[in-house]
Ligand binder design. Structure first.
Ligand SMILES: *Cc1c(COP(=O)(O)O)cnc(C)c1O
Length: 234
């Protein structure tokens, strides 16, 4: 039953993403959907993988670490999308393929040390995105747009890390199109110095159309795929 529900949600989401790409004149292949499975059990991750999902996202290390371990046999790319404390860097570097929420130099140092000691080099570097703040709320994470290039440089230079691009969350109650437009400008500046840093992680269940219109390459989708979140009980 849960499989049928996820399958229906996935089909409806695919229609939305395809329509958004068509409206923006972009190829569907330019956009990757990340299923944000926070608060949902490993069994849902397994069902999604069976339905063709390739990328999953989590926002808390305490929850993500055991879930990734339970799903270690699946061919999935794991994205860490939540605010990250330096003392969790070692754990996150052990299972994440991409960290979306790098927003300070101290965290770059911690992730670099963790990635090096986890043996992540030779193409297996931990990919990191610069999280850009699109509002003035310090609780939501992110560097100010004017500091993004400096942080991108720090990631690019750090051993064990690879600069993937940029990420943002649209401001609460603001105009997501305007915010994602600003993010696209930051992404362009970063790409000018680091041509390989092509990822723009933007767009969630409520604003994916605006994100695709402004060049998002990765959408982080929770609610529209898995349903409304309740407190997670293992
Ligand atoms: C939970 C979460 C999402 C998914 O949000 P939905 O609105 O449920 O699609 C995306 N990005 C981040 C950083 C999140 O924490």
């Amino acid at each position: 039953m849960r499989r049928d529900e996820l399958s229906r949600n996935l089909a409806a989401l695919e229609d939305r993403v395809a329509a958004a790409c068509a409206a923006a004149g972009r190829a569907r292949e330019e956009v990757t959907v990340i299923a944000v499975t926070k608060t949902y059990p490993a069994s849902d991750v397994r069902l999604l993988a069976g339905l063709g999902v390739t990328d999953v996202g989590e926002n808390r290390d305490q929850e993500a670490a055991p879930k990734a371990a339970e799903c270690a046999d699946l061919p999935l790319t794991w994205h860490f999308v939540g605010q990250l404390q330096s003392n969790k860097a070692r754990s996150v570097a052990s299972y994440a393929d991409v960290v979306h929420s790098v927003d300070r130099e101290r965290l770059v140092g911690a992730l670099s040390r963790a990635a090096v000691s986890a043996g992540r080099h030779g193409g297996r570097e931990l990919r990191c995105l610069v999280q850009v703040a699109l509002d003035d709320d310090p609780d939501r994470g992110g560097v100010r747009p004017e500091d993004a290039l400096r942080l991108a440089g720090a990631i690019a230079r750090a051993e064990g890390l690879a600069l993937g691009g940029v990420m943002a969350v649209a401001p609460l109650g603001g105009d997501p199109g305007k915010a994602f437009g600003r993010l696209a400008e930051v992404a362009r500046a970063v790409r000018e110095e680091h041509p390989g840093a092509r990822v723009i992680s933007a767009g969630m269940s409520g604003d994916l159309e605006e994100a695709v219109a402004h060049g998002a390459t990765h959408l982080r989708i929770g609610t529209a795929l898995l349903g409304r979140r309740k407190p997670f009980v293992r």
